[in-house]
Design a binder for this molecule. Structure first.
Ligand code: SAM
Length: 222
């Protein structure tokens, strides 16, 4: 079994690699440097936990590649106290990164058995995340508005329900709510950042391409 010191050194090397690859938000890098990714994967995959790669977590799903998590988090730009909704809890790693940055995190996962396992991992590590099983493409209206929503599965389009649950710029003197979502087809998706400027007024910025497992649900599924 690998000792904690080995994981600590590997985690630091992963942070260095993220920086070399263009992640320049120190708060994101500090969170990646704090979360014990090896605790979010099963035993056989632990030796690879600090490689920059996606790994299987069961039910044909994956823990996202660290670069992808760092990139999405950088676009989301969560501030301490922000209400953030994650669609696709998966292993819980992205949720833990958001907690480390001081966000109040809500997360929805469609696979109940995965959610049960992840709930106990997050609790055992002291991360407080409000979790729910269900179709995240419909969002979580009772908890809206959100300062940020991050979708960690590939969509065909941005679900209207998620756009409508973003905070409008200026509401409560706060910045515009952000939706970070990969949009495309089964082969590749482009990362999109939406900012809600008014009731039906959104600014959209598209950046680089990724490949996610598909979002499956009523709105924007692949
Ligand atoms: N954020 C995760 C992590 O840190 O490990 C990565 C999750 S994985 C790439 C994507 C997850 O989205 C899967 O667990 C999948 O079951 C989930 N998913 C897909 N469609 C969904 C939907 N409509 N609602 C909720 N979860 C969904």
């Amino acid at each position: 079994m690998l000792r904690d010191g080995v994981f600590d050194r590997r985690r630091q090397r992963l942070v260095d690699k993220m920086r070399e690859n263009g992640i320049n938000d120190e708060r994101v890098l500090a969170a990646i440097g704090s979360v014990h990714r090896h605790r979010f994967v099963e035993g056989a995959f632990r030796p690879r936990a600090y490689e920059d790669e996606a790994l299987p977590i069961g039910m044909k799903q994956t823990i996202s590649q660290p670069f992808t998590v760092a990139y999405q988090t950088m676009l989301l730009n969560p501030r301490p106290g922000d209400r953030i909704l994650e669609i696709g809890t998966g292993s819980g790693y992205q949720a833990a990164v958001l907690c480390e940055m001081g966000a109040r995190v809500f997360s929805i996962e469609r696979h109940r058995p995965l959610l049960a396992r992840t709930r106990s991992i997050l609790e055992s590590l002291g991360y407080r995340v409000v979790l729910r099983a269900g179709d995240g493409t419909l969002g979580w209206a009772a908890q809206a508005p959100f300062d940020g929503i991050v979708v960690t599965a590939g969509a065909s389009e941005a679900p209207e329900a998620l756009l409508q649950q973003l905070r409008i710029e200026g509401e409560d003197d706060k910045p515009a709510g952000r939706l970070v979502i990969p949009v495309g087809d089964h082969r590749a998706q482009t990362m999109n950042l939406y900012r809600r400027l008014g009731e039906d007024d959104y600014e959209r910025t598209a950046s680089r391409n990724f490949k996610f497992v598909p979002l499956i649900g009523k709105q924007g599924g692949l």
